[in-house]
Design a protein around this ligand. Structure first.
Ligand code: FMN
Length: 283
C-alpha cells in the first residue's frame, strides 16, 4: 500500500519539508525547493503585526512569531487562502526572541494556549508548532495536542543555538508521548545520508542548512531527475522583484559545493548589480 503523508487534512507528496528559515526562505528559493521535490515549504518566522507584504505563491506553511493574540485572527484571515498550514514558532533562540519573550523564550503556558486557540478558531487549515528541547517542552505538548495537527521538534536547547548534537533521544521522547495522536516532524542536521533512517522513527523530516544553496537535495531525496540551479533562482528573483541584497546573499549560498567556491565568493562580495552576479555565474 502506498504510504500517506498527512498533516491534518493536508495531503503531502512525500515526507521532506523545507524547514522555516528567516533569511534563506524567500519566495524564489521556496519555489525552487518545491520544484526540486520538497512537499511543503515554510516561510521564516513572521510577526502578525508586521506590515511586510507577503508573497505566498508556493502555498507555504506560514510560521507565526508572537507572544500574544494581538492582530492574530486578522492576520490569519488575510492570508488563510494562500497558505497550506499555520505554524507557531516556539523555538527561536535569538537575542531578540529573548528580549521580547518570543519563540523558545515564551514560557507562559496560558499565553501559548490562548494563541493556539486563536489560531485554531481562525482557520480550517492544519495548525502546527515548532519546539526546541526545554524543560517546558513536555508541558507545552500537553496543550498543543489539543489544538495542533502536528508537532515539529528541533531537539537542541536554547543554549546550543544551532550547534552541538541535537538530542535524538529527546525527539524520540516527544514521539513516544504524542506520536500516536499526531505526526512528528523532526528537525536538526537532517541530510541526504540520515533522512531515510530518521523517517523510520519520525513521520516527516525538515531540511534546514543542508538545503541552503542546495535545493536539489530534495530531488536527490525523492529520486527525481529534475535539477534546479542558480539561473532558475535569478529568473524567479527578478520576476518577484527581490531586493539585490537578497539575490547577492543567495548567490553566495549557491557557491556551496563549487570547486572554486572561495574565488567566486570573493567576486560576489564586490558585485553591485544583478548583471555583475550574472557575469560571475556566467549566465
Ligand atoms: C539561517 C537560519 C534561519 C532560521 N530561521 C528560523 C525561523 O525563522 N523559524 C524557525 O522555526 N526556525 C528557524 N531556523 C531553524 C531551522 O528551522 C532548523 O530547525 C535548524 O536550523 C536545525 O535544522 P538544520 O540542522 O537542518 O539546519 C533557522 C535556521 C537557520 C540556519
Amino acid at each position: 500500500m502506498k504510504q500517506q503523508f498527512k498533516i491534518g487534512s493536508l495531503k503531502l507528496k512525500n515526507p521532506f519539508l523545507l524547514a522555516p528559515m528567516l533569511e534563506p526562505n524567500d519566495i524564489a528559493f521556496r519555489l525552487l525547493c518545491k520544484k526540486a521535490g520538497a512537499s511543503l515549504t515554510y516561510t521564516g518566522m513572521i510577526n502578525p503585526l508586521s506590515k511586510q507584504k507577503l508573497v505566498l505563491d508556493d502555498k507555504p506553511a506560514l510560521q507565526l512569531f508572537c507572544n500574544s493574540t494581538e492582530n492574530l485572527a486578522e492576520f490569519i484571515k488575510k492570508y488563510d487562502k494562500k497558505v497550506s498550514l499555520w505554524d507557531f514558532n516556539l523555538g527561536c533562540p535569538s537575542k531578540l526572541a529573548k528580549k521580547f519573550c518570543h519563540g523558545a523564550y515564551l514560557n507562559d503556558l496560558d499565553a501559548i494556549k490562548q494563541i493556539l486557540i486563536t489560531i485554531r478558531i481562525s482557520t480550517k487549515k492544519p495548525v502546527t508548532i515548532k519546539l526546541r528541547k526545554s524543560p517546558n517542552a513536555l508541558k507545552i505538548l500537553t496543550i498543543a495536542e489539543k489544538y495542533c495537527d502536528a508537532i515539529a521538534i528541533h531537539p537542541r536547547t536554547n543554549a546550543q543555538g544551532y550547534s552541538g548534537t541535537p538530542d535524538l533521544e529527546f525527539a524520540k521522547l516527544v514521539k513516544s508521548k504524542i506520536g500516536t495522536k499526531l505526526p512528528i516532524i523532526y528537525s536538526g542536521n537532517v541530510n541526504e545520508k540520515n533522512a531515510h533512517e530518521l523517517l523510520k522513527t519520525f513521520d516527516f523530516v525538515m531540511l534546514g542548512r543542508e538545503a541552503i544553496g542546495n535545493p536539489n537535495i530534495f530531488a536527490k531525496l525523492t529520486n527525481k531527475k529534475i535539477r534546479v540551479n542558480f539561473k532558475d533562482y535569478i529568473k524567479l528573483a527578478i520576476k518577484y522583484k527581490l531586493p539585490f541584497r537578497q539575490i547577492k546573499y543567495q548567490a553566495m549560498s549557491f557557491t556551496k559545493g563549487m570547486k572554486k567556491a572561495k574565488v567566486v565568493r570573493r567576486e560576489i562580495v564586490h558585485a553591485k548589480t544583478i548583471e555583475d552576479i550574472k557575469e560571475i555565474y556566467k549566465l
